[in-house]
Design a binder for this molecule. Structure first.
Ligand code: OOG
Ligand code: MG
Length: 262
């Protein structure tokens, strides 16, 4: 760790205030260039602790930057992990208030719901599929707190990987009912397809992203608890949205899920 406890708590307060007030900020590594990975995740954990202290509940976890499309779009080279709390969860078809967000983007994801806990190291696709109750389509709304969505990996980890809102819906399938590598993914905005992908866009198989998350947590002696919802990461580049937009995600054989922006 390169930062002291006080600095970590201050940065967590700063980033969470930006989130809650929909204000942007320069990336925090500008002021703290020596910050390391442990600092970045410690800031994210401190943001979670602030939310839990106010009564929030963790409803899931997320992997991000798990597809080449996303890594290329954001100019980074490795996945990141974050948390999802109840306030991020939006009912299917609901309207998301853009006034509460800075510069939202949507991304098509495959969500996993686990019946058993997953613990790394050594977690692999097979273990993930065995622990999965069902998979279903999900749209993540990301909203980096960083100005112009410009960040490096440590800054984005500290900012809880841009997590803001998410919706899951469509048809839930057991993992053996779908080939998650070849499944086709179509993201539509206002009726027009704006991003196309396949499950394999995410690390060759979306379950690989869940395994990476379990292995990441395992390094700290933590696990993905049974019952968790896990977002495996955008299969395509993220698409900017504004008030008035309607977004639908269609995943082959898994139905569709949608959101509106007001
Ligand atoms: C970071 C979060 C990425 C995904 O699915 O790739 C993410 C960002 O791009 O702002 O959630
Ligand atoms: Mg995402």
């Amino acid at each position: 760790m390169a930062l002291d406890r006080n600095t970590i708590d201050q940065l967590a307060a700063h980033l969470e205030t930006c989130e809650l007030e929909a204000r942007d900020t320069p990336k925090i590594t500008d002021e703290h260039p020596g910050m390391d990975w442990d600092d970045a995740y410690a800031i994210q954990d401190a943001i979670l602790a602030r939310k839990l202290a106010r009564g929030a509940r963790v409803v899931g976890l997320k992997a991000g930057l798990t597809s080449h499309a996303k890594m290329k779009q954001m100019g980074v080279d490795s996945p990141v992990f974050g948390f999802l709390v109840d306030a991020f969860s939006v009912p299917e078809g609901a309207s998301v208030k853009t006034a509460e967000l800075i510069h939202p983007k949507v991304e098509p994801e495959i969500a996993f719901v686990l019946k058993h806990a997953l613990k790394g190291p050594g977690c692999h696709i097979g273990a993930v599929l065995a622990a999965t109750d069902f998979v279903l389509p999900g749209i993540e709304v990301i909203d980096s707190r960083y100005r112009d969505f410009k960040f490096d990996l440590k800054s984005v980890v500290a900012d809880n990987t841009s997590a803001a809102r998410f919706v899951v819906g469509g048809r839930a399938l057991r993992p053996e009912q779908v080939d998650l590598r070849t499944v086709g993914i179509v993201l539509e905005k206002n009726g027009a397809p704006v991003a196309l992908g396949a499950g394999a866009s995410v690390l060759g198989h979306p379950a690989a992203a869940v395994a990476m998350l379990a292995n990441h947590l395992g390094r700290q002696g933590r696990e993905i608890p049974a019952g968790s919802l896990v977002l495996s990461g955008g299969a395509t580049e993220a698409v900017a949205v504004e008030a008035g937009d309607a977004v639908t995600l269609r995943v082959q054989g898994m139905g569709s899920v949608g959101l509106r922006f007001a």
